[in-house]
Design a protein around this ligand. Structure first.
Ligand code: RIB
Ligand code: CA
Length: 308
């Protein structure tokens, strides 16, 4: 069983990633933290709380974190995730509130309590993760792994150069890549191949309430339509990697985050050349797309049986 702490900004693909983590038999979600990103912190936190109840996550603690970036004005993706942040999915208002503490402390406390056991999965801007490593550098050693959805070595999405999570807080991303972790980076190069095609939607449709109330209304509204005729569910790739690293070809690289460029701020500059510098990342270069969907739909099927 792999324990995971998911730092997220739900967000349509965040929601589908959470559903994968809950449905996957070999993953245990031990904590969730939220960050401002796709939507304001109040919205991403409300969505995480609503997902905790909809996905039957029980007492898993949820703590809100940073509303925005360390240094610069917030960047949002409302045009992609819609006004509620979950597309056309309408989940019941959450009954239970978030934990009193801050996300940074929940990350530190969770990793300290189980050194080497918990994989930190970050699928939003890296502000909380950067603050955690600044407050308690030992989280790098305590975390079993750090898996992020972010960056790319070929192109941006929020602009030509930068992927949204990196652009939303480049300084935080730079701190994280320079903190000593070997970051497992699932960037657009692989996540853009995780496309919800009509065939995938057809495999989701029989999944009861999970499909009717979440997967279908979220996926069909997701504004990131790619050339392949469907949205790419970026964040689910990070959870899928934590579940089965064999789903992604990873290549060692030195990754630096541009924080100053007039046109390139937020760009992940990925150096695959093997030189003297020790790689600080394994970068996703290929997703086994067929097995990815089989894995996802197996987990969704197990979850759908539980949810009815
Ligand atoms: O660029 C894709 C990333 O930005 C995903 O995490 C999505 O949820 C948005 O936050
Ligand atoms: Ca996200």
């Amino acid at each position: 069983m792999t324990k995971v702490l998911i730092d997220c900004d739900p967000g349509i693909d965040d929601a589908m990633a959470l559903a994968l983590a809950v449905g996957a038999p070999s993953l245990e979600v031990v904590a969730i933290t939220t960050v401002g990103g796709n939507a304001d912190l109040a919205v991403t936190t409300r969505n995480a709380l609503a997902l905790r109840e909809f996905l039957d996550l029980g007492d898993v603690p949820i703590a809100p974190g940073s509303p925005g970036a360390l240094l610069h004005p917030v960047v949002r993706a409302g045009h992609v995730h819609g006004p509620t942040g979950l597309g056309d999915a309408v989940l019941p208002e959450p009954v239970r509130a978030a934990s009193d503490g801050h996300a940074v402390d929940l990350i530190i406390d969770t990793l300290r309590a189980a050194p080497g056991e918990v994989t930190l999965i970050a699928i939003g801007p890296l502000t909380n993760v950067a603050l955690a490593v600044r407050k308690e550098p030992r989280v790098v050693a305590w975390a079993r792994d750090l898996v992020i959805m972010g960056g790319s070595y070929t192109r941006g999405n929020h602009n030509p150069a930068a992927e949204f999570n990196m652009l939303a807080d480049p300084e935080a991303a730079a701190i994280v890549f320079e903190s000593g972790w070997t970051v497992k980076m699932l960037g657009l190069d692989v996540t853009l191949t995780a496309v919800v095609t009509e065939q995938v939607l057809d495999r989701m449709r029989p999944l009861g309430r999970l499909a009717d109330d979440l997967l279908i209304p979220a996926a069909t509204c997701y504004g990131m339509v790619t050339a392949d005729g469907g949205p790419a569910i970026h964040d689910a790739c990070a959870v899928a990697y934590a579940l089965d690293p064999g789903l992604v070809t990873m290549t060692p690289a030195v990754v630096r985050v541009e924080t100053r460029g007039q046109y390139t701020r937020g760009m992940t500059v990925v150096d695959f050349r093997v030189g003297e510098e020790v790689p600080n990342a394994l970068v996703g270069t290929r997703l086994e797309v067929g097995r990815f969907w089989d894995t996802l739909l197996d987990a969704y099927g197990r979850l759908a049986e539980r949810l009815g």
